[in-house]
Design a protein around this ligand. Structure first.
Ligand code: ADP
Ligand code: MG
Length: 429
């Protein structure tokens, strides 16, 4: 991919945009781009530098992404809407051609990495709630204020706020960022290795803190945090490479398979509610560690059919009108609205799944599925909007009150969580 029309090869210390940005280390990459941590010499901040492949189709895609990101930034001057912020953009000429570059605020690990780090066990429901709230604020902004569909919402495209401040890193303090190429460094770049190792360790620690997992560092095992409720988990929606204006959708097939809404499979047309479907899939995955729908094809049926079967096993039979109403319906459903090639379905509703497989308490399962299930309505127009979700009791239900009744002679109540349907008392005799 590092050839004409492809990625731009970057070395640590490389300058961009007439020396304003200095490359520090690689943060990630996608199909179309590599993303670098860079130091902004103008603002003295760290930023994420996304460098697109140079071929025409990639440049055009980048220009579309820049247009979308500019609209997002213009509509949110205070930068509070939980969507990644575009800081700057420019073109960079390299040996492989001309690359569109985007400068974005520097964020941390993706929710996918958080889920992996937690060994696919699922996060505490309070954390899921906080993350969901951020995503919903972002979606509400995109949908209602901008008329924009993300179309590729998934854990990988939601990044945590970086808890690492490279500028404040002790190894880096005083010495400042890397402003020169490693070969001009007497250590031959070893300073960078130390910083990188240190940053990695810190990143690991930060993720561990959020997921509440034990980590072994420097030979000693740190105890997991006893009370994680104080850690405010915040995140932002990223990757607007596939975003489109609701008024002019351009692709028929959108979304990553596991997060794809039924109307996209059936080619019945789509709107904002496709993001709500993907959001609900993401929320389930955060809470359980498992993808909700992971369809597989076989010799007798295709991936789409398995996907629809999995949906109906969880959500009940698709209404006949919806099942038969899409451009692809005839391939998949008979005229009664039954799948042609998968005949026997085993119904396993959401609240039972949460209790039986994921060992949720009955209360947690009921409250969480009350929140999720309406988002999985087969009728797209019946799904709640992001704005409506933000009003839902599950998003707002828990108020934590720390009460000290030590001298009341009864018990020491450490924390009181008041829910809508239940009351938890964590008491210590
Ligand atoms: P693509 O459109 O090529 O898929 P993305 O925008 O998804 O590119 O970015 C690719 C990867 O780069 C992400 O998965 C993430 O690891 C990293 N990344 C992207 N944006 C940022 C950012 N603002 N801060 C930190 N890392 C980022
Ligand atoms: Mg991506």
């Amino acid at each position: 991919s590092y050839r004409k029309g492809g990625y731009h090869a970057v070395r640590i210390g490389d300058p961009f945009n007439a020396g304003r940005y200095i490359a520090q280390r690689k943060l990630g990459w996608g199909q179309f781009s590599t993303v670098w941590l860079a130091y902004d010499t103008q603002s003295s901040n760290y930023v994420a530098l996304k460098i697109q492949k140079s071929a025409t189709q990639f440049s055009q895609a980048a220009l579309h992404e820049i247009e979308v990101l500019s609209a997002i930034a213009d509509g949110d001057p205070s930068n509070t809407k939980c969507v990644v912020r575009l800081i700057d953009h420019f073109k960079h000429l390299g040996p492989n051609g001309q690359h569109q570059c985007m400068v974005l605020e520097f964020l941390g690990d993706s929710l996918l990495r958080l889920i992996r780090h937690n060994h696919y066990k699922g996060l505490h429901l309070n954390k899921v709630r906080e993350i969901c709230k951020c995503i919903l604020i972002g979606l509400d902004y995109l949908h209602r204020e901008l008329g924009l569909l993300h179309t590729d919402l998934k854990p990988e495209n939601i990044l945590l706020f970086s808890t690492i401040d490279p500028a404040k890193d002790p190894v880096n303090s005083g010495a400042s960022p890397i402003l020169s190429r490693p070969e001009s460094n007497l250590n031959g770049g070893s300073t960078m290795n130390i910083i990188e190792k240190k940053l990695k360790r810190r990143a690991k620690k930060a993720v561990a803190k959020i997921s509440g997992r034990r980590t072994t560092m420097g030979g000693t095992t740190e105890k997991p945090e006893r009370n994680l409720d104080g850690v405010n988990v915040r995140c932002k929606v990223v990757d607007f490479g596939n975003a489109c204006w609701a008024a002019k959708p351009f692709a028929e097939e959108i979304q990553t398979r596991q997060y794809r809404a039924p109307e996209v499979i059936l080619r019945s047309g789509y709107s904002f509610s496709v993001d709500m479907w993907s959001f609900a899939c993401t929320a389930f995955e955060l809470a359980t560690g498992d993808m909700l729908f992971a369809p597989k094809g076989s010799q007798t049926f295709c991936e789409d059919e398995d996907h629809l079967a999995l949906m109906m096993e969880l959500l009940g039979k698709m209404p006949r009108k919806i099942a038969t109403g899409g451009a692809r319906s005839k391939d998949l459903f008979d005229r009664h609205g039954d799948l042609k090639r998968i005949r026997r379905l085993k119904y396993w509703p959401m609240n039972r799944l949460l209790v039986d497989r994921y060992k949720f308490s009955e209360d947690d399962a009921r409250e969480f599925s009350d929140f999720l299930c309406p988002l999985f309505d087969f009728a797209p127009e019946k799904r709640p909007t992001a704005q409506q979700c933000l009003q839902h009791p599950w998003i707002n239900c828990t108020v934590s009150i720390n009460v000290d009744m030590k001298n009341q002679g009864v018990a020491t109540v450490e924390k009181l969580e008041v829910g809508v349907n239940n009351l938890h008392l964590k008491a210590r005799k």
